[in-house]
Design a protein around this ligand. Structure first.
Ligand code: PLP
Length: 466
């Protein structure tokens, strides 16, 4: 048992059990010579995540200010843990709750909100921020149009970082007896890092943000990644970029940028080697913490905040097939796709959807003859590049004939090519492609750590040519 664990605490309400989460030392995945690494187990909170703290604090704050009154309705635009936290608080304090979620939100997540008695309103996920159907806009309208409605607004609500400054930071300080030297946390709204970081900085602690590799907080190009709930990418359709008001970039000393492969392999070893079943953003935080710990040396004490449990990611991060098909894991038996493909070509020509026809034709001229060009989500520049982000479609040179030079290629993209993981067994990949009968392409994209790095002809994998 832990040092404090005789009989367990006794509470009047489930809400009293929010916060005061245990701190657990990592024993087996921290290399010799590194700093101690401890994790703040936020998933042990009754709603299952770090967001219980913010949810409860925002509600209490709104009750105090009179913005939320008895019989009122809590409204938020969220598909994630904040919704679950708010749904729990609403149930325990007798409020109605309405959540606006993007239509791609999994059935399980919607069911989780409804299980607490909340209402769920679905809206298209991929619309510009000024569209009335946009998640946050629609939530604002519902709150304004509902008598007694109150919008929680976690991205701009100061009670969100405030609770971490009042509780998470001081808890970490007390639990380490003031020995903590580094705090590492991911940034979603920025509430955790800004709040806990503010408190701990005042005590001389170095504050480190852990961010997915391409995300904006760490200076990336804004293309999306697989790890959910942390980081910030460019709006998929418009390329616009609005940072949450609660995130204060002045609080952290630096940002560690962590690739998906690193995050997800760390999640796997936390489960298999430490007995900690946690979500993807916890992998990002621990991967960054291990880096910091190696640098800081044995006298330092690093604390990473782990936001949620792995139970809601069993069909993704903990599914070996899911990982292998995306190039995160090798198949048990070979030969594998990368043995067949041989050394990768220098890069894969990709075009953001907002690239003009003229720019793509010029790039194709420079690159020499090739097949279809994968079309990717917009990002900071519309330039055709050689990197390998998220593929949403493809254009063949023939598709560009007769188009105006200033037209955007995204509007003329056909379906994306099929993908295979670089460590997938060649036989399994070929069988899967045959079964999927992906129409117009004679090439497939090869994924390494979730990102396309090259194309290969389908017949080289031994399947039927398209
Ligand atoms: C799983 C997970 N990780 C990390 C975060 C980021 O926390 P914050 O919003 O405090 O930055 C969230 C927030 O929703 C989350 O759900």
């Amino acid at each position: 048992m832990g040092s404090d664990g005789e009989a367990g605490a006794v509470y009047d309400s489930v809400l009293d059990a929010v916060g005061a989460t245990p701190l657990v030392r990592l024993r087996r995945i921290v290399p010799e010579g590194s700093a101690q690494v401890w994790v703040k187990t936020e998933w042990t909170s009754p709603g299952g995540s770090v967001k219980d703290r913010a949810a409860l604090a925002m509600v209490l704050d709104a009750e105090e200010s009179g913005a939320l009154r008895p019989g009122g309705t809590i409204v938020e635009g969220t598909s994630g843990n904040t919704g679950i936290g708010l749904a729990m608080v609403a149930a325990a304090r007798g409020y109605r709750a309405v959540f606006v979620v993007p239509d791609r939100t999994t059935a399980e997540k919607q069911a989780l909100l409804r299980a607490y008695g909340a209402e769920v309103v679905r809206t298209p996920g991929l619309v510009p921020q000024d569209d009335p159907r946009h998640v946050r806009r629609l939530a604002g309208r519902i709150a304004a149009g509902t008598p007694g409605g109150w919008l929680a607004d976690q991205y701009d609500n100061p009670a969100n970082p405030g609770v971490h400054e009042r509780t998470t930071g001081p808890e970490i300080w007390a639990q380490t007896g003031g020995r903590v030297t580094h705090l590492v946390a991911g940034v979603g709204t920025g509430g955790t890092l800004t709040g806990a970081g503010r408190y701990l900085r005042r005590h001389g602690v170095t504050v480190v943000a852990a961010d997915p590799w391409t995300y904006r907080y760490g200076g990336g190009d804004g293309s999306p990644y697989h790890v959910e709930a942390v980081g910030h990418y460019l709006h998929p359709l418009t390329g616009t970029d609005t940072w949450p008001r609660v995130y204060d970039p002045a609080v952290h000393d630096r940002v560690e940028r962590i690739g998906d492969g690193d995050s997800l392999r760390t999640v796997r070893s936390l489960a298999r080697s430490e007995g900690l079943l946690v979500g993807g953003s916890s992998g990002t935080a621990v991967a960054a913490a291990l880096r910091v710990a190696a640098e800081a040396g044995p006298d330092a004490v690093v604390v990473a905040v782990l936001p949620d449990s792995g139970r809601i990611y069993l069909s993704t991060y903990f599914d070996d097939d899911w990982l292998t098909r995306r190039g995160f894991l090798d198949a048990v038996a070979g030969p594998r796709v990368r043995d067949t493909v041989g050394p990768y070509a220098p890069g894969l020509l990709v075009a953001p959807a907002t690239t003009t026809v003229a720019a793509l034709l010029a790039a194709l001229d420079r690159a020499g003859p090739g097949g279809a060009v994968p079309v990717v989500l917009p990002r900071e520049t519309d330039a055709v590049t050689w990197s390998a982000p998220d593929v949403i479609g493809s254009v063949r040179p023939a598709d560009l004939v007769g188009l105006r030079p200033d037209e955007r290629v995204g509007a003329h993209a056909g379906p994306p090519p099929a993908t295979v993981g670089h460590g997938e067994s060649t036989a399994a990949a070929a069988a899967r492609l045959d079964a999927a009968a992906v129409g117009r392409h004679d090439a497939v994209l090869v994924l390494v750590d979730g990102r396309a790095v090259t194309q290969v002809r389908r017949d080289r994998l031994g399947g039927r040519p398209a």
